[in-house]
Design a protein around this ligand. Structure first.
Ligand code: ADP
Length: 322
């Protein structure tokens, strides 16, 4: 995750929750990629360190465990820059310009300078982040499909040129592709429609209560359609009680339950699910030294693996003294 904002429910339900599960049976590396923040925000770096700590708090409060996984900060493992440089020699400019998000994001974001070498090359940096750990699977959202494909291509090209050193990873897609924001569009930190993991219950309530539901349901007595309502999608995420869900879906279709009551039930379910995360976050916020220690220790562990990879990479490319 790039430290350019706090994490929201979209990040949680699509990837973070999955990571927490994966760490139980796999050797996992989870990174805060601060150099990636510079690819779009090099002109204003004032909040990168703050968001680095906040995202680490998000990780830990949701259940990532530094005893089970390596949780680290990209810039503290300089080998990422070294591998980025070497892979950069293999990445063609034309190929990078064809990465679909490249044109899209450049067209969309007008208030930042994205005409840099750094922004064009960020898929190469991402490939370095992944290939460094010989990852066989990368748990990402569907929107990252092309970047993983790019990583696979560059790993194959490297192996074909220099010998079989890099593992070709596969994408492990998140089970939920799109969590809606409070305006019904995809939840995103850039749209002002996000519910953040760090929001208090009161803030969540103020975001949920005015939300637009099924627009065809104008009066309390009109029947509604849950499939056209973002609140229903939140029920699917937060409300595990099948009986309650059936009551809500049927009640909505037959106009037996109003939108306000439906939202109140949802808020109760959100509270039940989020309370342990909120409590953990409150404790972690009080101990900033611990947060920094987690990243320091994790970065040290990551560096050990990274050094080994770079030894075999440099040997394969025949770089250095021998
Ligand atoms: P944002 O759109 O807020 O800038 P990011 O691109 O930083 O989100 O999100 C990091 C990852 O979290 C993405 O690669 C994507 O897989 C996932 N993600 C973000 N928003 C959502 C969402 N609304 N629904 C599902 N997944 C999401």
């Amino acid at each position: 995750m790039r430290p350019t904002a706090k994490l929201h429910l979209g990040n949680y339900f699509s990837v973070l929750k999955n990571w927490v599960k994966l760490q139980e049976d796999n050797e996992c590396y989870f990174c805060v990629v601060d150099w990636h923040a510079l690819t779009s925000d090099y002109a204003d770096t004032s909040l990168i360190r703050y968001y680095t700590r906040e995202i680490t708090i998000d990780y830990l409060s949701c259940g990532l465990d530094p005893e089970k996984s390596v949780i680290f900060l990209q810039s503290q493992v300089k080998e990422h820059a070294e591998l980025f440089l070497l892979l950069g020699m293999l990445a063609t400019v034309g190929r990078l310009e064809r990465v679909p998000t490249y044109k899209e994001v450049r067209a969309e974001i007008k208030d930042k300078d994205l005409s840099t070498f750094g922004f064009l090359g960020y898929p190469v940096l991402m490939a370095a982040d992944i290939l460094m750990y010989k990852a066989d699977a990368v748990p990402v959202g569907k929107d990252q499909e092309y970047h993983i494909e790019f990583t696979r291509e560059i790993a194959r090209k490297f192996n074909a040129l220099y010998g079989n050193v890099l593992a070709v990873p596969r994408a492990l897609f998140a089970p939920i592709a799109k969590v809606p924001g409070i305006d019904g569009r995809k939840m995103s930190k850039s749209y002002g429609n996000a519910i953040f993991l760090s929001d208090t219950f009161d803030e969540v309530r103020k975001k949920i209560m005015p939300m637009v539901t099924d627009t065809n349901r104008k009066r309390r007595t009109d029947p509604g359609d849950p499939d056209k309502c973002p609140i229903w999608l939140y029920h699917l995420l937060f409300n595990d009680d099948e009986e309650s869900r059936n009551m809500i879906a049927n009640g909505c279709r037959k106009a037996k339950i109003g939108c306000v009551d439906c939202k109140k039930i949802l808020l109760q379910k959100i509270k039940e699910k989020m309370e342990p995360i909120w409590e953990k976050r409150a404790k972690l916020e009080q101990d900033q030294n611990y947060i920094l220690d987690v990243l320091k220790t994790g970065s040290q562990k990551a560096r050990e693996t990274a050094r080994k990879t770079m030894e075999s990479v440099n040997e394969a490319v025949r770089i250095g003294l021998r």
